[in-house]
Design a protein around this ligand. Structure first.
Ligand code: GLN
Ligand code: ZN
Length: 747
């Protein structure tokens, strides 16, 4: 079985295509303008181009160093489908014996007219959303390797021996071996996390059982178990003593294991250790010198050392070299996927030959690290003086009672209705933005188009009978990028797209220097919206933690320091919104839970700086200003204390897809402020009926006192179309009114 492991590899590559080809094809298939066969062809072309590209960059064609990690939507969904774990409500779409039709595959991912999709979650501290398989008594497991096998064969026909990448242990190995796969990569990120439902010890036990079993198979490819996102800790002994051939360690987030006992030492000594020293999560050029040292220190454990990225590269864009509009000196500091493959290639040469063989490349990388410190804008005195002068009182809002009284004149009804901020981003809006950036539309014409849209959205909300209105965020391409474009210290890429789920992509900005706000950002839009209505309009800002989470952030100072700089910029913005007559300001922190460290030992420190940054941003607001926040997840548990600590007056949270599971946690925590658990799952094109929303509100009211309850969708509406949005909001308002009548009548 022991085929040599390649000296250098990556754990995965961006799947969307350099120009988002896959996203566009998948969406065309959904809208009916592309046939299934055409979609399959586009996907095959993209896979072929990726293999050729990776070979050009230095990975081997026939040594299993090129991963096959393609997915039409999500790798966890693929793993579920490959073992036959299809929810019964979709079973009728599956053809017995045959491949799962693409229509059925996408229905499980996105829902159909009748049926809700799988839940979605961010299991690790990244912005990638995984689908959550449903496994219960009705699940009948059945190995279905056909698609995987065809992809191994497709690559073989082009002369490639690829390494299929699968999530978790499966029974598909024999078929993959027969198709010619020499190595298989099993991704087991769960083994590094301490924040999942199963304990690290339970997960380690499961790994021991699974890999002893899989290792014993005789007809199988050699097995690489990859453990991205942190160090293996409890699971390392289980993997070390299992009969597998290689382990990939994340040596960016995790450490080189030390202090091991004899059986673990022995177990590791006959395995390939793949050192993930090139950061798969961030975009900075690597300090190759220190990366090479970490690889060398693996030699204490085994003679067989290889190099890889710390995670799949799906978290970074395709190529930095394509960026032509970055501030001077910055592009030389960046490494996107392709540049990282190159870094892997250099280190692999060092591992295979010697340090001397790559001495020149190491020296160039070291010079680059030094040059970054000297870039103008990386350290700005005025910004540093302001953060150094912060006092305890800068983080504290007036007492709750004073705020409640001062906000009474907002005159909100019980169970107030609102939305999370964005309204659908129509093709017209996107076109206007594209024309502005091509210079085909003047700033003034663009502003006019946005104002018209705001007026439309305000009228629509009044017609629908919502209580707290929003301006709809038409001017924002993206809730983080928009602020990045208006703050100093950020750079925005032209083509730096990254998949967040399915066909959705984001273009994270790069936070590279000290942050400050040269001028007000949102004030004119909010004030204009407020001038059109007597109802309160919520000002809408993105919070400091989320701005960090969804950007690529400098790694030369602590995240807490960077967060405080961003918080001060937002604090100034809130003061300007107040001065312009805005009474409610929402500071979105959808990523607060996402950034929660996977290791318990790292969590208290994180919660401290993240909560502090939010408080620093909002504590300058007077008692009359109602501060809202919005959180985009339903696993409330681990951060519930922190959410109280934010001290917002109202918190909206995702809850519809998990059918209000979250309200029990909220009630149990004694949370005493306004709370809006979402009643409309905006990740799916489905329209919730009035009865369905009433049902959710009843569930919420069983746990939460009516005076605390707000009614809102799960999240912003920007990804939805207008027809379904209007219908859904109409149903929500009707359900809220019915519940309100019952509450005020005391039943
Ligand atoms: N205000 C943002 C919007 O509605 C919030 C989005 C989010 O939480 N991801 O789009
Ligand atoms: Zn949200």
């Amino acid at each position: 079985m022991t085929t040599d492991f390649p000296a250098g590899t990556i754990l995965g590559y961006p799947r969307i295509g350099p120009r988002r080809e896959l996203k566009k094809a998948v969406e065309a298939f959904w809208s009916g303008t592309l046939s299934g066969a055409e979609l399959e062809q586009t996907a095959a072309d993209l896979r072929r181009a990726t293999r050729e590209r990776l070979a050009d960059l230095g990975l081997g064609r026939d040594d299993s160093s090129i991963p096959d990690d393609f997915s039409y939507y999500d790798q966890v969904l693929d793993a579920a489908v490959a073992v036959g774990a299809i929810p019964t409500r979709f079973a009728d779409l599956a053809e017995p014996g045959g491949d799962l039709p693409l229509e059925a595959y996408f229905a499980i991912a996105r829902g159909s007219v009748e049926d809700a999709p799988l839940e979605m979650t961010k299991w690790f501290d990244s912005n990638y959303h995984y689908l959550v398989p449903e496994i219960d008594e009705a699940t009948s497991f059945r190995a279905d390797a056909a698609r995987l096998v065809r992809r191994v064969q497709e690559a073989a026909a082009d002369g490639f021996t690829v390494r299929p990448v699968l999530v978790g242990p499966v029974t598909l190995l024999a078929e993959l071996r027969a198709a010619g796969a020499e190595w298989v990569q099993l991704d087991e990120p769960a083994l590094v996390s301490e924040t999942l439902e199963a304990t690290p010890e339970e997960l380690a036990d499961a790994a021991r059982t699974a890999y002893v079993e899989l290792g014993r198979l005789t007809e199988r490819p050699a097995i690489l178990v990859a453990a991205p996102y942190g160090s293996l800790d409890a699971a390392l002994p289980a993997l070390a003593t299992a009969p597998i051939e290689a382990i990939a360690l994340d040596l960016v987030r995790g450490r080189v294991p030390g202090g091991l006992d004899a059986p673990v030492q022995r177990g590791l000594a006959d395995k390939v250790l793949v050192g993930g020293v090139i950061d798969g999560r961030n975009v900075w050029r690597a300090d190759l010198e220190s990366a090479f040292e970490r690889l060398e220190s693996l030699r204490r454990l085994t003679r067989m050392v290889a190099v890889a990225t710390s995670t799949s590269l799906l978290h970074v864009p395709h190529r930095a070299a394509d960026e032509t509009h970055l501030p001077a000196g910055l592009v030389e500091q960046l490494a996107f996927a392709d540049e990282k493959v190159k870094e892997v290639e250099v280190l692999a040469r060092g591992v295979r030959v010697s340090r001397e063989a790559i001495a020149a490349e190491l020296a160039v990388a070291t010079d680059a690290v030094l040059a970054r410190r000297r870039l103008p804008g990386v350290r700005v005195d005025a910004v540093r003086e302001r953060t150094a002068a912060l006092r305890e009182a800068d983080f504290v809002r007036p007492p709750t009672a004073e705020r409640e009284e001062a906000q009474e004149d907002l005159a909100l009804p019980p169970l107030p209705t609102t939305t999370i901020g964005s309204f659908p981003q129509t093709a017209d809006l996107r076109r206007a933005r594209a024309r502005l950036s091509r210079g085909e539309l003047t700033e003034a014409d663009y502003d006019q188009a946005m104002r018209e849209e705001i007026a439309r959205v305000i009228r629509l909300q009044e017609e629908l009978g919502l209580d707290v209105l929003v301006h709809g965020e038409p001017e924002r391409n993206d809730m983080v990028q928009y602020f990045a474009e208006h703050l100093d210290g950020f750079a925005v890429t032209q083509g730096g797209w990254v998949q967040s789920y399915g066909s959705r992509c984001t273009r994270p900005s790069i936070l590279w220097g000290d942050v400050s706000r040269p001028a007000p950002i949102t004030v004119d839009w909010a004030a204009y919206a407020q001038s059109l209505t007597a109802k309160p309009v919520k000002g809408m800002l993105t919070g400091p933690v989320t701005i960090l989470a969804w950007s690529f952030v400098r790694d030369d100072q602590s995240l807490g320091e960077t967060a405080d700089q961003v918080a001060l910029a937002l604090r100034d913005e809130i003061a300007d919104l107040e001065a312009a007559g805005i009474r409610i300001v929402q500071v979105d922190e959808p990523a607060l839970r996402e950034l929660l460290p996977l290791k318990r030992r790292d969590q208290p420190g994180y919660l401290e700086w993240s909560v502090d940054a939010f408080r620093l941003a909002t504590a300058g607001a007077g008692p009359r200003t109602q501060i809202h926040t919005h959180l985009c997840y339903s696993e409330f548990g681990a951060v519930i204390g922190a959410i109280g600590g934010l001290d917002a007056d109202v918190t909206s949270i995702e809850a519809a897809r998990s059918r209000m599971e979250v309200v029990a946690d909220i009630a149990a925590s004694g949370f005493a402020r306004g709370i809006g658990p979402g009643v409309y799952d905006i990740h799916s094109p489905r329209v919730p009926s009035v009865e369905e929303v009433e049902g959710l509100l009843d569930t919420a009211l069983a746990a939460i006192p009516p005076r605390q309850l707000w009614v809102n969708p799960d999240c912003g509406l920007k990804t939805r179309g207008y027809p379904e949005t209007i219908e859904s909001l109409r149903n929500i308002v009707a359900a809220a009114h019915a519940a309100r009548d019952r509450v005020t009548a005391g039943v």
